[in-house]
Design a protein around this ligand. Structure first.
Ligand code: PRX
Length: 656
């Protein structure tokens, strides 16, 4: 197992301040332990009680867990609810005029939407969709800028029981096409353009390209939100403007009551092999996970101003923008832009302006902000903050300390939250009033989450030893299946190779220290974590090989100061090994090609060319060696099984 440098030496520990603990939802370590013990004693009663308390049921459930078809678990399955009702209608009687969303656009315009207003917007779009015969179970792809309308689109789908599949606005036409196709979507909701950091991204044009092939003919409606007023192509048979489409739609829309297991959404994520996986989540179990974590980990209080910076295109933006905060009746900030535009003080300015109390972001953003202005936070009034959070990748202790001291002014706990698209909500993270923090550790599992570190046989490993991070018992917010591919679901997450298929296998490696704190070490499969985004090496390789001049490609990760991991590609071209003058040109061409095929986030940072790749005699590419080469390490491993050891020399140095 690889180890993470410096973490073993990390001995700093930060106990919760009395002032914080005394008001916290879980106010002490004993209180945390008591919740864990309750879950341990009777797991089903533990979850049943919480599902009854947290969810407004249209029809109460009688069965808690159905595990007869394991690993296709069902939770609360005979209950009926509507997630949008739980996020909106539920608050109308008590706090209709509370601000639900404080929206700030890329250029600084501010729009406030109350629960009353949000409810009306959602009902209008829901009614308009229904008028076009879009109903329960239909799939709707959402390809939107980070604006109130993105949340409205998701909530409107939930309201009518349509299954949304949000595609991040940075994905290319090809990736969008693949997702629309796989989901069999009947409608796409998009905008004319997206604006981030002053730059425009032509979303509608990309949708047009994605829908240009006959194999997406099942898409019969494209709703276009007018963001910039750019001149776009309009197909009157298929396209409608959002404002015209919803203009005459009713302000009330009876929610579609669905079974607890009805899919709320699918979200595509990278795996180590093949095409992206459509992770399918349920309605009730997912909602419960987001609500419990809002309270236990974000220590939610009604007066909070919550800000999660993630885009709705990722799971974090689903659970902690579109659903969790609204289900709690919170006020939250949604920001359209990027942290560094118009300057590197933008995040701090937003916190100051909107008096943000809870700020949740990614280590990659923290690192880039340190680089661009480590002293900048000091110039802002950040005293409204009471809690900080981190997600997406391990946060290195130095970045943790900076975040803690410069942003939180050594007053605010940091919740380092480990979870995944597939788990739907936090799995391992500190209850901030209860648990002493260690920089770089996500600390302990949430109550009811049986996270463990095991060897291949599924036995717990001793503290201090690395192993596979698994979750032993089913939990409500877990992935239900992969859209259209239940076999792949079983293989990917309940692999017979680890623990004989009994446990949910996360694909991460981790260890626990002497005191039982969890430390995440990284992925065990071929998945890179670039700026907190999971990218399958396999997908980038397929994109490279699809270029007419590429014969073979292998992609690995290399540690990167800001992005966490950089994408390094080893490429064999068809024909001759390129001349020095050709290399710059072909490198540029291939980087742009990958950006077009997958999206700019997947662009290789570096491409090295070789006459071939290091392979075993059985023809398997030795990625371990490529990883060492990428990092510039001396090769100390045994290379005697290599078919072509001489190639290592050629691939050693990046071309100038
Ligand atoms: O490797 C872990 C890393 O991100 C992966 C999940 O990626 P994704 O499904 O895109 O979801 C990201 C947002 C939840 C995990 O398998 N990861 C996520 N959070 C952490 C983390 N690694 C270390 N520490 C974290 N807090």
């Amino acid at each position: 197992m690889p180890t993470i440098e410096s973490i073993l030496k990390e001995t700093r520990i930060f106990s919760p301040a009395k002032e914080f603990s005394s008001k916290a939802n879980i106010p002490s370590f004993e209180a945390y332990q008591a919740l864990c013990a309750e879950a341990e004693d009777d797991n089903l009663s533990f979850w049943a009680k919480r599902a009854q308390e947290q969810i407004a049921w249209h029809k109460p459930f009688t069965q808690v867990l159905n595990d007869r078809m394991a690993p296709f678990f069902q939770w609360f399955s005979d209950g009926e609810l509507n997630v949008s009702y739980n996020c909106l209608d539920r608050h109308l009687e008590t706090q209709a005029d509370k601000v639900a969303i404080i929206f700030e656009s890329d250029d600084g315009e501010i729009i406030r939407s109350t629960y009353h207003d949000l409810h009306q917007r959602v009902c209008k779009l829901a009614n308009a969709l229904k008028s076009q015969n879009i109903n329960k179970g239909d799939r709707v792809v959402i390809y939107m800028p980070m604006r109130i309308e993105a949340v409205v689109a998701m909530q409107a789908c939930a309201r009518i029981g349509a299954i949304h599949s949000v595609v991040f606005g940075g994905f290319s036409a090809k990736s969008l096409h693949e997702r629309i196709q796989d989901a069999g979507a009947v409608a796409v909701i998009t905008a004319d353009e997206q604006v981030r950091g002053g730059k425009r991204n032509p979303l509608k044009l990309i949708v047009d390209e994605a829908l240009s092939k006959a194999d997406t003919a099942f898409v019969r409606l494209v709703v276009v939100y007018q963001r910039t007023g750019a001149d776009i192509r309009f197909d009157p048979a298929r396209d409608v403007w959002w404002h015209e489409f919803t203009e005459n739609a009713g302000l009330q829309c009876e929610p579609e009551w669905v079974g607890a297991e009805h899919p709320l959404f699918t979200l595509y994520t990278s795996g180590s092999t093949g095409k992206p996986k459509g992770v399918q989540h349920s309605s009730a179990g997912y909602l419960l996970g987001t609500k419990e974590s809002m309270q236990w980990i974000f220590d939610y209080k009604p007066a909070d101003v919550f800000w999660c910076t993630a885009d709705v295109g990722w799971i974090t933006g689903h659970s902690y923008v579109a659903y969790g905060p609204l289900a709690m009746g919170a006020t939250q900030v949604i920001f359209e832009g990027i942290p560094t535009y118009p300057n590197a003080g933008r995040f701090w300015e937003i916190i100051q302006k909107h008096k943000v109390t809870t700020f949740y972001t990614a280590p990659t953003a923290i690192r880039s902000l340190i680089k661009l202005g480590a002293d900048l936070p000091e110039q802002y009034e950040l005293s409204s903050l009471r809690l900080l959070g981190s997600v997406g990748e391990p946060i290195n202790p130095e970045a943790w300390m900076w975040f803690y001291e410069k942003v939180g002014r050594s007053r605010c706990p940091i919740v380092d939250t480990w979870w995944q698209t597939e788990t739907g909500s936090h799995m391992i993270a500190p209850a901030p009033g209860a648990i002493a923090l260690k920089p770089g550790s996500c600390t302990f599992p949430l109550p009811g989450i049986s996270a463990a570190i095991v060897d291949e046989a599924g036995h717990d490993v001793e503290n201090g030893k690395g192993g596979f991070l698994v979750i032993k018992k089913p939990f409500p917010s877990q992935i239900r299946t992969l859209w259209g591919d239940s076999e792949r679901f079983k293989e990917a997450y309940f692999s017979k190779d680890i623990g004989c298929g009994k446990y949910y296998v996360s694909g991460d490696s981790a260890y626990r220290d002497i005191e039982g704190y969890f430390w995440i070490m990284g992925r065990t499969d071929d998945v890179l974590n670039v700026s907190g985004h999971r990218l399958g090496t396999m997908e980038i390789e397929s994109a490279l090989v699809a270029h007419p001049s590429v014969a073979e490609a292998a992609v690995v990760g290399k540690p990167h100061e800001i992005k966490g991991e950089a994408v390094i590609a080893f490429v064999v071209l068809k024909g001759q090994y390129p001349h020095a003058e050709e290399i710059t040109q072909i490198t540029h061409t291939l980087r742009e090609w990958v950006a077009k095929e997958i999206g700019p986030i997947a662009k290789p940072d570096e491409i090295r060319f070789g006459e071939n790749l290091p392979k075993t005699r059985s023809g398997k590419i030795m990625r371990r060696l490529l990883r060492s080469l990428a990092k510039g390490e001396e090769i100390t491993q045994d290379v005697s099984t290599l078919e072509n050891p001489a190639i290592l020399e050629q691939l050693k140095y990046p071309e100038k």
